[in-house]
Design a protein around this ligand. Structure first.
Ligand SMILES: CC(C)(COP(=O)(O)OP(=O)(O)OC[C@H]1O[C@@H](n2cnc3c(N)ncnc32)[C@H](O)[C@@H]1OP(=O)(O)O)[C@@H](O)C(=O)NCCC(=O)NCCS
Length: 198
């Protein structure tokens, strides 16, 4: 799927410029390096083993098939964040998109996660997604707060549904929002802080 309007330069809250663009197959190595550089504390609760080259191979194939939209943020030649929109191409939930975001620890709390989520909402609108969902482990406090600010609200808690990479069972929270609602929340947030896109 060809995405219009990229690459973009996004200025973070502290003025750092990063380039945001769709993932290409040639970015696979840089993406793997990014995920492998995340602290274990972050990887503990990620749904997939993003450090596994086999996962990456399947992920890039899903991007190729249009089931996944992946945006990366780069600083120099390094990937510093990735945001994913998963959307089933068949079946009864083709109007639902699941969103996931990971940002390098050094660049957090500067608006990049919000900015990437916002770009994915724009993409979601264009491809006919009506409802956005996130799946987060109860302990992912930062992610829960960020998505709450974006208008996501808890729909369900699945108890002991996740085994983290240490084998400890955790509760999974499903939260959702209508795309139009996220859009309104994004516009309100832009007034508060302005990671600007050119
Ligand atoms: C969750 C994550 C993507 C947020 O990225 P980010 O670039 O730091 O997000 P933003 O700067 O846009 O934060 C927006 C708001 O979310 C909330 N927030 C984000 N991280 C937070 C944290 N660690 N603690 C408390 N609130 C947090 C804050 O309200 C923040 O606004 P503020 O900085 O003005 O107070 C990032 O922390 C991350 O990659 N975590 C590990 C992976 C993960 O949990 N991903 C979610 C899977 S869906």
């Amino acid at each position: 799927m060809k995405l219009e309007g990229f690459p973009q330069t996004v200025s973070l809250r502290d003025g750092t410029p990063v380039t945001v663009r769709p993932l290409a197959a040639a970015d696979a190595k840089a993406l793997l390096e990014f995920y492998r550089s995340l602290p274990e504390e972050d990887r503990l609760y990620l749904k997939d083993d993003v450090t596994d080259a086999g996962w990456l191979h399947r992920f890039v194939a899903l991007v190729g098939s249009g089931e996944v939209v992946s945006l990366i943020a780069e600083r120099g030649d390094k990937v510093v964040a990735e945001a994913t929109l998963y959307r089933a191409l068949r079946g009864w939930s083709t109007h639902v998109g699941e969103i996931r975001v990971s940002v390098a620890p050094a660049l957090r709390r500067d608006g990049l996660g919000t900015s990437l989520a916002g770009e994915l909402v724009k993409v979601a609108t264009r491809i006919g997604v009506e409802k956005m969902v996130i799946e987060v482990v109860e302990n992912q406090v930062g992610a829960r707060k960020m998505f709450r600010k974006l208008g996501f609200r808890q729909e369900a808690v699945l108890h002991g549904h996740v085994k983290d990479i240490n084998g400890t069972k955790r509760n999974l929270i499903l939260a959702s929002s209508d795309v139009s609602h996220v859009w309104d929340a994004m516009e309100a947030l832009v007034a508060d802080f302005s990671p600007s896109a050119e």
